[in-house]
Design a protein around this ligand. Structure first.
Ligand code: SAM
Length: 288
């Protein structure tokens, strides 16, 4: 057994360690280093370039919140685009809804292959669902070239470095806006503001020119260390962020979802931000 340190916050003098009991796979692809390992505390875990991406034990938090908040707020999302999400957890959760189509654009096919093999519970058969379409491509290239339309776009990317960096750009968000119908919603993985505060500020600045309603909501994912994780929210549909718990409860029941972190009350409460996060949102852009 060896302790493996995640060095994402080296510069901030902070690291988390996981006790690895067995390494299952290690590979350098054209895009990143993939490691899948058995860990004592969190089950099988996927690391990309040394950063924890998802673990069997706490993946439900992130995958439920990045998926069911936009899906139940929208209420009738039939066509969903997932950017990234190589482990298949978001695809699995999207397909729990009666969607017509879920298109997943992942840059690194090796992540999909190794997660299907070593972390099958994440996708849980989702890649074999006839409604799912997996495209191995760079997400920014896909959205730039697509003329398709979607009701929801879920960006389940790595952090804004390496291949994931382009998924935090204004050009990417502009094309996402073009692909979303008027009532559409975009949500993005937006880091842990206690350590990655610029992701909130930068994402807001880059989303706001294209979306009238830009905000953030929270989830607490134990292995995304540093407290709250933020998920970015952007839509041109007024009121989508304020759907009532009563309406969400009806939709949640109709979808027949069983969740361990998501609930209609948690959905609504997740948009309440502590002042230290609200202060990261630049107000001056609000004069559009
Ligand atoms: N839940 C994790 C998180 O919050 O950090 C992300 C998990 S998922 C494994 C991240 C995926 O984004 C990886 O499979 C990676 O290959 C993919 N990715 C990174 N850059 C991409 C890009 N430009 N286009 C499409 N997929 C990308």
């Amino acid at each position: 057994m060896t302790w493996v340190a995640e060095t994402l916050y080296d510069e901030q003098g902070f690291e988390q360690r996981l006790l690895v009991t067995r390494e299952l796979h290690r590979e350098k692809t054209d895009f990143q280093e993939i490691v899948v390992a058995e860990t004592k505390g969190f089950g099988r875990t996927l690391f990309l370039d040394g950063v924890v991406q998802t673990t069997e034990r706490d993946e439900f938090v992130y995958h439920e919140m990045i998926t069911h908040v936009p899906m139940l707020a929208h209420g009738d999302a039939n066509r969903v685009l997932i950017i990234g999400g190589g482990d298949g957890g978001v695809l699995r959760e999207v397909l729990r809804h009666p969607v017509e189509k879920a298109v997943m654009v992942e840059i690194d096919g090796r992540v999909v292959e190794e997660c299907r093999k070593f972390l099958p519970s994440l996708s849980d058969g989702a890649f074999d669902d006839p409604r799912a379409e997996l495209i191995i491509a760079d997400g920014i290239k896909y959205v730039a070239e697509s003329s398709d339309s979607f009701d929801a776009i879920i960006v389940d990317s790595t952090d804004p470095m390496g291949p994931g960096e382009v998924l935090f750009t204004e050009a990417f968000y502009a094309d996402c806006c073009r692909l979303l119908g008027d009532g559409g919603v975009l949500v993005t993985q937006c880091g842990v503001p206690f350590f990655q505060s610029s992701e909130v500020t930068d994402s807001y600045r880059r989303l706001r020119p294209y979306f009238s309603d830009v905000g953030f909501y929270l989830a607490v994912v134990p292995t995304y260390v540093g407290g709250h994780m933020t998920l970015g929210w952007a839509s041109n549909a007024a009121g989508l962020r304020q759907v009532s718990v009563d309406v969400l409860s009806k939709r949640f029941a109709a979808a027949g979802l069983q969740c361990r972190y998501y609930s209609p009350a948690m959905h609504s409460a997740a948009f309440t931000l502590p002042p230290f996060i609200t202060s990261l949102i630049p107000e001056q852009l609000d004069d559009r």
